[in-house]
Structures are given as C-alpha cells and as structure tokens.
Design a protein. Structure first.
Length: 186
C-alpha cells in the first residue's frame, strides 16, 4: 500500500512539474518585466506556431510586412517567406512584433521565430542587473549600437549603447525584449 501511494505521489509530482515547464519557459525574466506568464501570446510556440495560429489567437495585425519586400504592399500570407506582424494595442505601453519565417521551423509554411516587445516610451535600463544566466554580446548596426543579453532560453533584452538618430532613445535605454527559440541568438 505504501509503495502504491509513493508511486502515485511521484507520478503526480512529475506530471505537475511538466505542466509547469511551459510557465517557466522564460524563467529569467527581469523583475518588473515579467510578461510571458500573463501575455495573450503565451500559448504561441517558437518554431512551431503558424501564421494561422497567430491570427486565430491575436486577430489581424495592425500592420503586416513581407520582409523580403518591405516597401511593397503585403502580398498575403500564402505568398511570403518571412513576415512581421505588428500589434499596437495588444499590450499597453508596448508594440508587439510577431516574426514568422520558413527558416524558423524548417517547414513549407512560415513558423513563429519570436515575439518582440518594443516600448512605446523611453525606458532607462542601465540600472538593471542581469544574472549570470545571461551572456552579453555587443551589436553595431548602421543606425545604432546595443548590447544583447541572452539567457539561452530564447529570452533576450537589447539595451542601446548609442543614441538613435530617429528617436529619443539614449545609451542605457531598452530597445526591445524578445521571446524566441531556445538557443536563438546565443
């Protein structure tokens, strides 16, 4: 009887920990910036979720851009290789970008690469402390430079190291938070 009870408790414990794994997918989110567990897009899975699943969950985006032809009108979901959907009213204070590409799932149809959050207002971030779970990588682009802090789970923070020429952002301001594939960006 004790063995059966122990086995039942063990199986229940393992089951509960497996259920909780989805909730802790991005366990290193910084205090004050823990969005994953309550986000509407939480059920989307990098490398797996499709455009159809994104539209079913989030509705039509405010904007859709074919990344192969960014200045051309959007040709429709069936005719793209990589796309970014923009949702402006999904999370107060943030613009939500959904990146999908055929290269993100190895499939014929584009799969979710990442969900990126861009702050609508400046967020000074230089005071934030990143744990040892994060690796830091400097990035220099044509219009700005930033440091990427990546924890290997797909969670990444980008913090400007230069002033941007097109906005009010200063060195130390948050550029974006990205929720993507495990190991992406590492």
């Amino acid at each position: 009887m004790k063995v059966a009870l122990f086995a039942t408790v063990l199986v229940l414990s393992i089951s509960l920990s497996l259920v909780g794994q989805k909730a802790t997918l991005y366990a290193n989110e910084l205090p004050g910036y823990r969005f994953y567990e309550t986000a509407k897009w939480r059920s989307l899975t990098p490398s797996s979720s499709t455009i159809i699943e994104v539209r079913e969950l989030l509705g039509n985006p405010d904007d859709a851009t074919d990344l192969s032809h960014p200045v051309a009108p959007y040709p429709g979901d069936a005719d793209i290789t990589s796309v970014v959907f923009t949702y402006s009213r999904l999370m107060p204070g943030w613009e939500v970008l959904i990146y999908l590409s055929k290269s993100c799932g190895g499939a014929q149809a584009p799969r979710l690469c990442s969900v990126d959050l861009l702050p609508l207002e400046r967020i000074p971030f230089g005071h934030m402390t990143f744990s040892s779970a994060f690796t830091k990588r400097p990035v220099v682009a044509a219009d700005a430079a930033w440091d990427e802090y990546n924890d290997g789970s797909g969670l990444q923070y980008e913090v400007y190291t230069t002033k941007t020429p097109y906005g009010k952002e200063l060195p130390g301001d948050l550029n974006r938070i990205s929720y993507g594939r495990r190991g992406a960006g590492s």
